[in-house]
Design a protein around this ligand. Structure first.
Ligand code: ADP
Ligand code: MG
Length: 393
């Protein structure tokens, strides 16, 4: 997960750009958890104070001067690279949260509601966190539109990783996600249960809310009933991602074709974004829109891997067409194999449990390197010219 670092030792806290009321709230919330300064440091002096005192945590007020607070983030981080930075505000605002994340703030806390989060952040900075400070790789799996095969790729990529790594699939495609169904799991709880108990969320709670597949892939399922999706705030998504990234080495988040606050947050903090499209005109056009949106959100091109699924030689568009249209290299092509994929979906099985020799599976296996090695491009069966020769005549 990006922008997430911890330090070990006693917590020292510097508070910047907060008025006396804010100082009162921070003091009340942290209690004995940290030794607090008597007053807040003005923006202009922040870099100097941080350089001199080298604190574990900076608590930055975001209400007095938002742009100033954002600008300070990277420069404070340069002063003390493992500084834990917490943004505090009186209100929640998705745009602001994302800007804070991009500037290197690990938490965005609304006081007094999220007091627990601030307390925990400071506690973890002091004690190195339960996971010893290591966090897993967060992979956002994003479709150009529904039906591109995001869930198919997510669960089967996860199953390729699970023999070696601790892997979790989080299903954030609330409109039509189905990761649990793809694995024939009947989860007894889901992400919504976590959302209701965020103040208690830790590794143990998380472990009690995931469904476990025999492949050792863990699944954080979506609610079975459609809920009021507007309720999910960016910072709640962040809290779930954060604890999952602490518990697992790889967290694959199925965002489907959905564009909402949760999926924005996932793509913002993801280490790698896999943008999945099919080689059709409409899908590629949507991929372009999605890409522009991600670039506007500040996601860098080199974090994005474009994967073309359901690839076959009669595709509407060629690889070159797609690359020219999107201005992005195709990182992997995944062969179409409709009978096997359909069977896998109908039976709720992994591709490898339906047909080990499926070309889709072989290409997915090769595509794992996009995640584990951050490869920019992988050679799959379908990207080799000779491959189609097998099907000729
Ligand atoms: N490589 C593939 N070849 C053939 N069919 C595929 C492939 N990938 C996915 N599918 C099929 O496409 C349909 C949609 O896949 P799904 O993973 O549910 O898409 P999404 O999650 O993007 O909505 C499923 O019926 C699945 O069997
Ligand atoms: Mg899906």
């Amino acid at each position: 997960m990006r922008n997430r670092r911890m330090s070990i030792g006693a917590a020292s806290v510097v508070v910047v750009g907060v008025d006396s009321k804010g100082m009162g709230l921070i003091r009340e919330c942290l209690g004995t958890e940290a030794v607090l300064p008597t007053h807040s440091t003005p923006f202009l002096e922040a870099a100097q104070v941080v350089r001199k005192t080298r604190p574990n945590v900076v608590v930055m007020g975001f209400d007095q001067d938002f742009d100033g607070a954002v600008r300070l983030g990277p420069s404070l981080k340069r002063e003390v690279p493992n500084l834990h930075m917490v943004a505090i505000s009186e209100r929640t605002d998705p745009e602001r949260i994302r800007a804070a994340m991009r500037a290197g703030y690990q938490e965005y806390v609304v006081l007094p509601e999220d007091g627990d989060l601030l307390r925990r952040a400071v506690h973890e900075a002091a004690h190195g966190g339960e996971g010893g400070g290591e966090t897993g790789t967060v992979v956002a799996m994003v479709g150009s539109k529904g039906g591109c095969g995001v869930t198919m790729l997510t669960v089967n990529l996860a199953a390729e990783l699970s023999p070696v790594y601790r892997v979790c699939v989080a299903d954030m495609d609330f409109s039509m996600g189905d990761a649990a169904a793809f694995l024939d799991l009947q989860p007894s709880s889901n992400i919504y249960d976590l959302l209701r108990g965020l103040d208690r969320l830790d590794e143990r709670v998380l472990a009690g809310n995931v469904a476990v597949h025999p492949s050792k892939v863990h699944v954080l399922a979506q609610p079975t009933e459609l809920m009021d999706l507007e309720e999910i705030r960016g910072e709640d998504t962040l809290a779930i991602l954060r604890s999952a990234a602490e518990a697992y080495q790889y967290l694959l988040v199925d965002c489907g074709g959905r564009i909402d606050e949760s999926t924005h947050m996932v793509t913002t903090v993801a280490d790698v974004v896999i943008l999945v499209t099919t080689p059709g005109v409409v899908a590629v056009k949507n991929a372009w829109r999605r890409l522009q949106l991600m670039l506007r959100l500040g996601i860098e091109k080199d974090q994005i891997r474009l994967v073309v699924n359901q690839w076959d030689k009669n595709a509407e568009l060629t690889r070159a067409d797609i690359e020219n249209n999107l201005g992005l290299p195709v990182a992997a092509t995944i062969a179409a194999d409709f009978p096997t994929c359909q069977r896998a979906v109908n039976l709720g099985r992994l591709l490898r449990d339906v047909d080990k020799r499926s070309p889709t599976l072989r290409d997915i296996s090769a595509a794992v390197a996009l995640i584990t090695e951050r490869a920019e491009r992988v050679e799959t069966e379908t990207s080799k010219a000779s491959f189609w020769g097998l099907f000729k005549s």
